[in-house]
Design a protein around this ligand. Structure first.
Ligand SMILES: [Zn+2]
Length: 80
């Protein structure tokens, strides 16, 4: 009889654990779905190197007299 009681307690424990995990996962889903600002924050201004036409983030670009470049080498090559 004791064993049946222990078994019942274990089953209830497992059931509660699963229920808790499921609701936690639902809460996470709710947190992940709404932010609409994320794409805007992820979007970087892309520029094109005048020398080799490679696209790169504006923050990484090297400004020259005639435009932006991907590297110092390309700026020198284009403007010399
Ligand atoms: Zn380049």
């Amino acid at each position: 009889m004791k064993i049946a009681l222990v078994l019942a307690l274990v089953l209830v424990g497992v059931w509660l654990f699963r229920l808790n995990r499921r609701s936690e996962r639902r809460g996470l889903d709710r947190q992940h779905t709404p932010p609409a600002e994320k794409p805007a924050a992820m979007a970087l201004d892309m520029v094109r190197c005048r020398q080799c036409d490679v696209h790169l983030p504006q923050a990484d670009a090297i400004a020259g007299k005639q435009g932006v470049y991907c590297s110092l080498e390309h700026r020198q090559r284009a403007e010399s």
